[in-house]
Design a protein around this ligand. Structure first.
Ligand SMILES: C[S@@+](CC[C@H](N)C(=O)[O-])C[C@H]1O[C@@H](n2cnc3c(N)ncnc32)[C@H](O)[C@@H]1O
Length: 283
């Protein structure tokens, strides 16, 4: 019989990253109010409900919310398509505050990256460079690339991915008539570097995704809003995926005289969660 590793099984079942750790840190109380600011495939929400909590589930991607909605009992959960940058308004409008706990599991789910046909992955070469999390937004990555100058693209790459070849890549992109599909962008990157580099592809894709979705601004606003609707003894759990996001979380805590529950962030063990860092913010 073919051996299937534990890691593969977890991955194939779409286990969200750091699930048990995040739930433990949220310290779920029966009938407590918990906001899952990034519903995704619903793994966190499911576990909160299993432990007796009530959930307000937010996701910016309508398709993500629709995929798993039918698996939930509607008296335990409220679904809301929206941006967590508006978490305070959403919670107040739905009379779901003060909250006992709020969780942000940042980024995208693996499923969404692979299968949403929006050019999130450099591996899906024939997809259009769209990368919008919210499909109601008009600006796509193709438009962003067209509208921005080489200097502006260089700034996006260096600011959001710290790619050392940002200038060369930005200049090469602007030399080309049209960059529409994933493969067009890969060709431009290859030409600029003179070789193929998957690390550079993922950095450039990350930077474009952050820029088109305004991800850092959303996170800053989301954390600020969360602070206004959390109970005094409540917890805000954040799972981030790169140092730039983690820096925003650390700055937020420092600027607001808050504290982290743990001395050091909790890190993922499995390969698919190795870059994940969990921090629990307490008041
Ligand atoms: C890593 S996944 C969450 C996985 C989830 N914890 C689970 O158990 O399946 C992140 C989710 O956040 C959503 N998202 C990203 N930015 C968002 C934002 N600004 N507001 C709300 N949802 C957002 C994505 O669409 C995605 O579904």
């Amino acid at each position: 019989m073919e051996r299937i590793s534990k890691e593969f099984l977890r991955f194939s079942m779409h286990t969200p990253v750091l699930l048990q750790q995040a739930i433990e840190k949220l310290n779920i109380k029966p009938n407590g109010l918990y906001i899952d600011a990034t519903f995704g495939e619903g793994g966190y929400s499911k576990e909160i409900i299993n432990k007796g909590g009530k959930v307000l589930a937010i996701d910016l991607d309508k398709e993500q919310l629709l995929k798993k909605k039918s698996e939930f009992l509607q008296d335990k959960i409220i679904f809301l398509q929206g941006n967590f940058s508006q978490i305070e308004e959403i919670a107040k409008k739905n009379n779901f505050y003060p909250a006992d706990g709020i969780v942000f599991d940042l980024g995208l789910s693996m499923e969404q990256i692979k299968n949403s046909s929006r050019g999130f992955s450099y591996k899906n070469e024939d997809e259009i460079l769209d990368m919008r999390i919210d499909i109601n937004q008009s600006l796509k990555v193709v438009d962003l690339i067209r509208k921005k100058s080489a200097e502006e693209l260089e700034e996006i790459f260096s600011k959001y991915s710290e790619e050392i070849n940002s200038k060369k890549i930005a200049l090469e992109i602007k030399k080309r008539k049209r960059i529409e599909k994933v493969k067009d962008l890969l060709k431009a990157i290859d030409k600029a570097l003179g070789f193929k580099s998957e690390k550079t592809y993922s950095r450039i894709f990350q930077a474009l995704r952050i820029a088109v979705n305004n991800e850092f601004e959303n996170l800053k606003r989301g954390l600020k809003g969360a602070l206004n609707i959390i109970k005094k003894e409540g917890r805000i759990v954040v799972v981030s995926f790169h140092s730039l996001e983690d820096r925003i979380v650390k700055n937020f805590v420092r600027e607001n005289n808050l504290n982290f529950l743990e001395k050091k962030p909790i890190k993922g063990v499995f390969s698919y969660e190795r870059s994940a860092k969990l921090r629990t913010i307490i008041l």
